[in-house]
Ligand binder design. Structure first.
Ligand code: PMV
Length: 323
């Protein structure tokens, strides 16, 4: 059995940061994102009974250490559910830089969840595929459904699932102008960073503030209201990074370029070019805007690095299979 799947990365307007200590990536706050149509992971999984260990190749290079262990552990979960022990050959590649604040773990584990469920013959609907993807990476749960998606907080599998708020066709003019000012791998992965959230004195304040902000984001998506979505997204990104910066030890994912881009986005907004930044666990900046302003933003921000313009994307899916 050989199956190929594809999944989009996603960008969160309300960020998932911090989870329950017991494992299983149960988020402590709801998060809301949109899939990115042009930031894709393509994954091929082939079961191979002669193998003693999984063979994992990511972006053309055999995976070793932490990355290989994390992927094999995920496949173990699928094997456990299927009641088989057959190992697999896995080839996974991204069309965007890995580990630099564009959520490669999101698209990676969403694509892998769909591939593993199919290859190992576990029959799962979208909700359960999202729960399975969450075990690999919390944000991966949000790359399973299409379009605009919310991952609920929760202490049980029943609650901690990502569901669609609106399909990608609901707001086709929305854009994410991604400024890639660095492609180097981050020093602390978000998987490790989540555990530090509790050490920040800001974390309780963030958890208390998120529900109201999430409500504004849900309404903004429903009404296709860029200003409300953008303002809430900037607030939420700054709140998450305040938690990161005040964790012990501190996590400072920004570089000087990141700060320059923030100022530039504010300056452009004063001139009527309506973009709003958000930043994940890395130095790169996502500018949320609409088709109307995307080109001007791309031009104005191109001196900071490669700029990609993305749009709302589909859910994770099988694109090819053979036996
Ligand atoms: O899924 P993880 O463990 O890589 O966490 C994602 C964390 C952020 O990208 C910073 C925020 C988010 O909600 O995507």
């Amino acid at each position: 059995m050989r199956v190929t799947t594809r999944a989009c990365a996603n960008i969160a307007f309300i960020k998932y940061w911090g989870n329950r200590p017991e494992g299983g990536n149960f988020p402590l706050n709801p998060s809301i994102s949109m899939n990115l149509a042009d930031c894709l992971t393509t994954t091929t999984l082939q079961l191979e009974s002669s193998l003693k260990e999984d063979s994992i190749v990511i972006n053309g290079t055999p995976a070793a250490g932490k990355a290989a262990l994390r992927t094999s552990k995920f496949l173990d979960e699928a094997r456990h559910r299927a009641g088989v022990s057959t190992k697999a050959i896995l080839h996974s590649s991204n069309n965007f830089p890995t580990g630099s604040g564009i959520a490669s773990s999101a698209s990676g584990f969403a694509a892998l969840a769909v591939a593993a469920a199919r290859a190992y013959g576990i029959n799962l609907g979208t909700d359960d595929l999202s729960r399975l993807a969450r075990l690999g990476s919390g944000s991966a749960a949000r790359s399973v459904p299409a379009g605009f998606v919310e991952l609920a907080e929760g202490r049980a599998n029943e609650q901690a699932v990502a569901r669609q708020l609106a399909p990608e066709t609901h707001w086709p003019e929305l854009r994410d102008v991604i400024v890639i000012c660095s492609t180097s791998e981050k020093a602390i992965s978000s998987a490790d960073g989540h555990h530090l959230a509790h050490s920040s004195e800001m974390y309780p304040a963030r958890l208390a503030a998120v529900p109201e902000r999430a409500e504004r984001v849900r309404a903004a998506i429903k009404d296709r209201d860029l200003k409300t979505l953008g303002e809430a997204s900037e607030e939420d990104a700054l709140s998450m990074h305040a938690v990161m910066m005040t964790s012990i030890p501190p996590l400072l994912y920004w570089t000087a370029r990141t700060v320059e881009i923030i100022h530039k986005v504010w300056e452009l907004r004063k001139k009527g070019i309506m973009g709003y930044f958000t930043i994940d666990a890395g130095p790169n900046v996502h500018v949320i805007t609409t088709e109307e302003f995307a080109q001007s933003l791309q031009k104005a921000l191109s001196s900071f690095g490669e700029v990609r313009v993305d749009r709302p994307g589909p859910g994770a899916a099988i694109i090819e299979e053979s036996t």
